[in-house]
Each structure stands twice: as C-alpha cells, then as structure tokens.
Design a binder for this molecule. Structure first.
Ligand code: NI
Length: 170
C-alpha cells in the first residue's frame, strides 16, 4: 500500500482517455489499494487511476462516514441508465485543489462494472454516490468537472491553478 502523487491541473495527462482493463489480477488490485491509500491520504471521496498517472478504467470511492471505511472499487464502469432529473452538488476534485463549484448531473445512474475481485456487478446509485460515480467516470474520458462551467469561470480557475503551480515551483 503506497500513497502516490496526485496529478493536478494544468497537466495534459488529465486529458488522456483511459483504456479498459482486460483482467482484474494482483497488479490491478495493488493499483486499487494504492489508489485508495492515496485518496484517503488526501481526504478525498473518489479517485480515478489517471489521477495518479495510470490510464486504466479504474476508479475507487468512499463516501462513508470517516469512522467506518466503506471502500468501493469500479473496474471498467459503464453507465447503462441515467435519470432525466438532475441533482446539484458542490463538487471538488483532488486534481483541482481548493476549487469548488456547483454542478448539475443526472440524479440517479445505473452502472455496470467489475469489482475488486473481477466479478460483474450492477449498481443503482443515487444522491452523492451517483454524482461521485459520474465525476470519476468523466476522468476516464479525460474530462474534469470545471469543463461544465462557463468559459469565464473556467478561465478564472485555470488562472488560479497556474498561479498555484508557479508558487509551488518557487
Ligand atoms: Ni476529480
């Protein structure tokens, strides 16, 4: 179990499209363990593999209460159904530190995926879980939540990220 470095904006890797996993083996499970450790270390509730530089369709999540860990693992997730009713949440992202914005997304989604052991699963998600799944799945397509915002707001966040990068390099 290793805490990895989370890639932050601006970084071209975050635009990369992740590839499906052919087989859930020891290597993939090790990656999921590392991703979960990295996510907990950063106090996040979700992380996609590309955020630590690995372009595989794998996401991990834990939206449970802090005292009791409830890790979730999704390999090759596909949304097979979504609600036309939208839900609004204030979203943040470990790759866009300290930036938050309200985003509308389908309030429910049905997702099929492989679990930690490579077993096929189908989950009907709503509330924060549905939002989190959709946010993380966007990462697999090279998309970050700020892309839902107006050009002006995006520009503002981009500016802040560049400024942050410069101050970290000093
Ligand atoms: Ni994110």
């Amino acid at each position: 179990m290793t805490v990895k470095t989370i890639i932050t904006e601006p970084n071209k890797l975050l635009r990369q499209i992740s590839k499906p996993v052919e087989n859930v083996g020891k290597q993939e499970q090790q990656l999921m363990n590392d991703m979960l450790d990295t996510m907990y270390d950063a106090n996040g509730i979700g992380l996609a593999a590309i955020q630590i530089g690995i372009p595989k369709r794998i996401i991990v999540m834990d939206i449970g209460k802090e005292e009791k860990k409830e890790p979730r693992y999704f390999v090759n997730p596909v949304i097979i159904n979504k609600d036309s009713i939208k839900n609004r949440y204030e979203e943040g992202c470990l790759s866009v530190p300290e930036q938050f914005a309200e985003i509308d997304r389908p309030s429910k989604c049905e997702v099929k995926y492989l679990d930690y052991n490579g077993k096929k699963q189908i989950l009907m998600a709503d509330g924060l879980l549905a939002t989190c799944i959709q946010h993380e799945m966007d990462h697999l397509l090279g998309k970050v939540f700020v892309e839902y915002l107006s050009p002006l707001k995006r520009l503002r966040i981009k500016g802040k990220m560049k400024k942050r990068e410069r101050s970290l390099q000093e």
